[in-house]
Design a protein around this ligand. Structure first.
Ligand SMILES: O=C(O)CCC(=O)C(=O)O
Ligand SMILES: [Fe+2]
Length: 365
């Protein structure tokens, strides 16, 4: 039975694990700390009406084997320009590897809370870290989510530091995901009329790869809160695997478009670094996650990025007279800190590097 007074007075920074809070108190209402301001709650009125027929692009990578590479490249180019988001099917990533990772993730969240707390940290730059909400130090209202971050760059070397319950599954997952990432970076480079190796070279040998395991428990009043507030990823690309529950929504033409899970599809999501590299031609996508009262939901995100000490700036090829330099150069770590060191609020970290008409542009290197 819920201890109503405890749940009423709980302070955002007191919560370290939402799943434990729920398992131990079984609330039939959302604790006050989780009630989001109206503008962050999901509302029917901000969803795209079905008459708009917004269809999230689906790119069939089987066409690569059927001599239709150019079709794939142009489908990816349009999706990146118009949405900053697409689903891929026939991608070669084994559904079994994904399924095993989802099952192992569920096992992790079912471990005794102490086992998850062994990894808890509020330091958002720590690559191996358990957390809740987004950053409880700054979150004005908590988000209905727990998560685990794993550093995957040197997966074979790091694997012993990962929780044992999904070590093997995560290593298999990372190896396969890395191959898919290579292919996508090539196709995206070509869609920008660049040499296939361009984006891979920009990310470089020290490229970051972090994985996040997201757990959104079932929620007694899903309309009052949110699983993950609207945000854009700071990555170059994010490749996301989700279970079949649904809840992810992407922002398109001023409306939220819910994504219906498609069997065995993976989701590709452009992050802010890609928007900067492409000088704004490709857009990072604002997305959010709603929760539901029937079921928990799991998702696994693989974030690929430049090294923390890399300087990011628009690629010279993407800057010309009709596309003047749109972003200042910035060290990735400085940009990343803008994202993690405040309340989550849409795509606004990009404003920090956007060149406004009042400013002299920096020279592009
Ligand atoms: O759970 C999802 O579908 C999306 C998660 C997400 O946006 C993230 O981890 O950055
Ligand atoms: Fe995200």
């Amino acid at each position: 039975m819920a201890n109503e007074s405890v749940l009423k007075t709980i302070h955002p920074s007191d919560v370290k694990d939402l799943k434990f809070l729920i398992d131990s108190t079984r609330p039939n209402a959302v604790p006050e700390a989780y009630i989001q301001p109206l503008k962050y709650r999901p509302a029917k009125s901000d969803r795209a009406s079905s008459t708009r027929h917004d269809t999230i692009p689906v790119v069939d990578l089987a066409k690569l084997k059927n001599g239709l590479r150019q079709d794939v490249i142009s489908a990816i180019g349009s999706a990146c320009e118009e949405w900053g988001f697409f689903q891929i099917i026939n991608h070669g990533f084994s559904p079994l590897t994904g399924q095993r990772m989802l099952e192992a993730t569920e096992k992790f969240f079912n471990l005794p809370v102490e086992d998850r707390m062994a990894y808890f940290s509020l330091d958002m730059t720590k690559p191996l870290r358990y957390g809740t909400s987004h950053n409880p130090t700054y979150d004005s209202a908590l988000q209905w989510r727990d998560y685990m971050y794993l550093p995957c760059k040197l997966a074979e070397e790091n694997v012993q530091t990962w929780p044992a319950v999904y070590r093997k599954e995560a290593l298999d997952y990372v190896k396969e995901m890395n191959n898919l990432k290579e292919m996508l970076l090539e196709l995206m480079s070509e869609s920008l009329h660049l040499a296939p190796s361009t984006l891979r070279n920009v990310l470089g040998p020290d490229m970051l790869h972090n994985m996040v395991l997201n757990y959104y428990p079932a929620c007694p009043q899903p309309d009052l809160t949110i699983g993950f507030r609207e945000h854009s990823d700071k990555s170059t690309i994010t490749i996301l695997l989700q279970d079949g529950i649904g809840g992810l929504e992407v922002h398109h033409k001023d409306c939220w478009v819910p994504l219906q899970p498609l069997k065995d599809a993976l989701l590709v999501n452009l992050g802010d670094v890609m928007e900067i590299l492409s000088n704004g031609r490709y857009k990072s996508i604002a997305h959010r996650v709603t929760v539901n009262s029937n079921s928990k939901r799991l998702s696994i995100g693989s974030f690929y990025n430049v090294a923390y000490n890399a300087i990011i700036a628009p690629l010279p090829h993407c800057v010309d007279e009709t596309h003047p330099l749109a972003f200042k150069e910035v060290m990735f770590m400085d940009f990343f800190k803008k994202f993690v060191s405040r309340d989550l609020d849409g795509k606004n970290a990009l404003d920090y590097v956007r060149i406004t008409s009042m400013e002299e542009p920096y020279s592009s290197k």
